[in-house]
Design a protein around this ligand. Sequence first.
Ligand code: XIL
Length: 391
Amino acid sequence: MRRRERGGPTLARSALVTLSHSFLSLAIAAAGGAAETNALKEIVPPGLLIGVAVNQDQSDGQDAAAIAIVKQHFNSISPENLLKWEAVHPEPDRYVLDPADRFVAFGRQNGMAVIGHVLLWHQQTPAWVFAGAGGALPDRETLLGRLRSHIETVVGRYRGRIHGWDVVNEAFEDDGTWRQTPWLKAIGPDYVERAFELAHAADPEAELYYNDYNLWKPEKRKAAIALVRRLHAQGLRVDAIGEQAHWGVADPPLAEIDAMLGDFAAAGMKVMLTELDMDVLPRDPEMWGADLSKKQQIRTATNIYTDGLPAEKQADLAKRYADVFALVLRHRKTVSRVTLWGVTDAQSWLHDFPIPGRVNYPLLWDREGRAKPAFHAVVEVLRTRGEVAPR
Ligand code: XIL
């Protein structure tokens, strides 16, 4: 028996033993012991939200397989389309809020952080919003008035129930210049300030975000950071920047993503990957602006996995997801949420973007709702990093 008189060291030693026991049980859990769980929300680091975009079928309860996945794995949901202006406010005096009500209720009932997407965008916004006299744009005050009623109604309705809003989407071009949208042209660059101001007034508790894509491109990122600094300098609330993260299997290079996360950290800003998916099909530089006949050619040339994704491509996708999640873990103090843009490959928007009618494989579950190698790779990274805190 150990002698008791040297209390200090004995105490210290027993504390060490306890520590190593709990470390051991953690290690056993991580290696697949009794406490094993593959639920993503259970194995992300504490404080990191793991979200998914749901479509209306899902939030209406009509897609049982997808709903089961959402409930098991995610602690945050985003609406893929149903809170966009065209969906909720199709005419000046008509709001359609029932589907959004069901979406918010679904998230709240399941204890999820419900995200609002999106208050101000140049797409999926009905033509009446941008219509002024004689076919011109509306004047500044008219458009600001429309924005005010929209934000007051929609944000106000879910006050206290929506965790955070994408307030403004895609204000910049890739080179960091202002995107020439009707919002910019009719109101001027302070349309961003006004939108954040209105959103904050309508729900002072809600987090507010600036959301854009390709922020891994340095020029665009610089513009987004400068914008948020400008808003902060005016005392406006902006909680985080969202990088949509519609990425490919090789593009953008990991080093660029790493640099992006590092720059946001250096600027003292939080970042979220708000719409993560990985396009596995080849891209053609001409596919964005191509006319219809050219598009048809490009579709045929690039729609190359109609009979299934070959095993080695499946492995590339898995590695890519693992690499991205490993980077997120490394930048965990900066990244506050990762949201996948869709539940299974059955529903992804990437079958129709940027070219309609292709077969794509961008997500973690296949068309039948089975977990793909990419899912297992993400689980592996989350469980074995040593960054994973006990639950
Ligand atoms: C997409 C949806 O996934 C599609 O269903 C819809 O047809 C078009 O919009 N950036 C965004 C998202 O902020 O709202 C877009 O969602 C994808 C690009």
